[in-house]
Design a protein around this ligand. Structure first.
Ligand SMILES: Nc1nc2c(c(=O)[nH]1)N[C@H]1C(S)=C(S)[C@@H](COP(=O)(O)OP(=O)(O)OC[C@H]3O[C@@H](n4cnc5c(N)ncnc54)[C@H](O)[C@@H]3O)O[C@H]1N2
Ligand code: MOO
Ligand SMILES: [Mg+2]
Length: 408
């Protein structure tokens, strides 16, 4: 049994991120949310695009108003009005001001903005009662960003602020990495689909639904291959199809030591190189990982909790790496949270207990799911938002103590 951290590095080493030109596609800006940027974004525009006002008020020459106060106001002649989106017509001369609004271009000759609240207008004149700092409220062209500099680095997950940046730089077609393709199927003679009648000894396939849902959430393209019986021929056919169509394959079941557990044998027959056979993780021990030339195969355990836990712990970082995300964004992140109850483990394998990660009084808190913690019990897995991790040899974490939690 491999320790969990070793299994994690083996898996991440097997994953080659998308990077070839054929892995890049162009999407419309409004479809780029949640995608990974594939090329540097560089704008030909300065930000701000021109010197402009940060306030509604008056554009002035600082030298004209220096030292003025409410007792000794300065009076200036208003020569024009500049709303946002218009082009100033005049150059300010000594003793002149321009009425200006937030976002409007600064006229030539002006260097400072006086906010409206510090002024009083009288016809074509304005009295200035308070002298701001020189250059006050002037947003200089290029002071946020200079045209030609790097705006967004490749390998970032595009979120709402990034979309705003791309929109502002008029990037309407965005180069992104293609969606990762993940084939999913469940194995087992006992399995039926949720809409089928349940016969004696049968069980509903929940794994392929859980994994497909998780893949949708990750923004990958799931290829759902349904249920395959514990028949070596049928399995071989589905596995061949899966490894030819997908970047990653997730199957569940058939990876333990039972007479009907054929996955590892078939992977070997098909030319896969087995890198992992079992991991010291509870639940999820018989995780099987094999490498094919263009695909990594994950044989996840059939027990529903084992399937999801191994997926959360190992597959999601692998998908993030494959998607083209940078190292700091694909590694799993654990949060120290105060456990609300006693956490227990047999101590033999790194143990993952499911529950709710939340913030209570400004502090992360872990609430263990009530009921049986058994890899076959998916009922109390509902609404899980975190997995508390008890390292090997740690048999207890007391209520009120801190525990590492993997948010899921
Ligand atoms: N002698 C041993 N037996 C087992 C060991 C072991 O070390 N020695 N390991 C146990 C552990 S731990 C796990 S985990 C399971 C893994 O078994 P498999 O991956 O071979 O999965 P199956 O045997 O096919 O099924 C296990 C269990 O899960 C149910 N199942 C399967 N597929 C689904 C599905 N799609 N949706 C819902 N439930 C599913 C299946 O009916 C079984 O109950 O092996 C232990 N045995
Ligand atoms: O590894 Mo199994 O998942 O303990 O039941
Ligand atoms: Mg089995």
């Amino acid at each position: 049994m491999l320790p969990v951290d070793q299994a994690e590095s083996i898996i991440l080493d097997l994953i080659q991120p998308l990077k070839s030109p054929s892995d890049i596609e162009t999407v419309d800006l409004q479809d780029a949310i949640g995608r990974v940027l594939a090329s540097p974004a560089i704008s030909s525009l300065d930000f701000p695009h021109w010197d402009n006002s940060a306030m509604d008020g008056y554009a002035v020459r600082y030298a004209d108003i220096e030292g003025c106060t409410s007792d000794h106001p300065q009076t200036l002649e208003i020569i024009e009005e500049i709303p946002a989106g218009s082009q100033p017509q005049y150059t300010l001369q000594p003793g002149e001001a321009a009425r200006i609004f937030t976002g409007a271009c600064l006229p030539e000759g002006a260097d400072t903005i006086v906010m409206q609240e510090d002024t009083q207008r009288q016809g074509n004149q304005v009295k200035i009662f308070n002298c701001p700092q020189p250059q006050a409220f002037v947003r200089r062209q290029g002071s946020f960003y200079k045209a030609g500099d790097l705006l967004l680095t490749p390998g970032i997950l595009l979120d709402a602020p990034d979309i705003a940046v791309l929109a502002a730089s008029q990037c309407v077609k965005v180069p992104v990495f293609r969606r990762v393709k993940v084939a999913i199927f469940s194995t087992g003679d006992e399995l039926v689909t949720p809409d089928q009648l349940l016969g004696p000894g049968q069980l509903v396939d929940s794994n392929s639904y859980a994994l497909t849902a998780l893949m949708f959430k990750m923004g990958v393209k799931p290829i759902n291959l349904g249920i395959v019986t514990d028949d070596p021929q049928a399995l071989k056919q589905t596995i061949s199809q899966a490894i030819s169509e997908a970047d990653l394959v997730l199957s569940t079941g058939g990876v333990s030591v039972g007479d009907y557990d054929y996955i590892e044998q078939i992977l070997t027959e098909l030319g896969g190189k087995i890198h992992i056979q079992s991991v010291a993780i509870q639940p999820g021990k018989p995780l099987t990982v094999a490498k094919f030339p263009h695909c990594v195969y994950f044989g996840l355990p059939g027990n529903p909790v084992s399937a999801l836990v191994t997926c959360w712990r190992f597959i999601l970082p692998a998908i993030r790496k494959l998607s083209g995300l940078k190292s700091e964004d694909y590694q799993p992140v654990f949060i120290k949270a105060r456990s609300q109850s006693l956490l227990q483990s047999k101590g033999k394998r790194e143990t993952y207990l499911w529950g709710k990660l939340s913030v209570i009084n400004g502090e992360y808190s872990f609430q263990l799911a009530p009921g049986t913690h058994n890899s076959a019990n998916l009922v109390n897995l509902a609404q899980t938002t975190g997995l508390a991790v008890l390292p090997i040899n740690c048999t207890q974490i007391q209520a009120g103590d801190f525990v590492n939690v993997l948010p899921v």
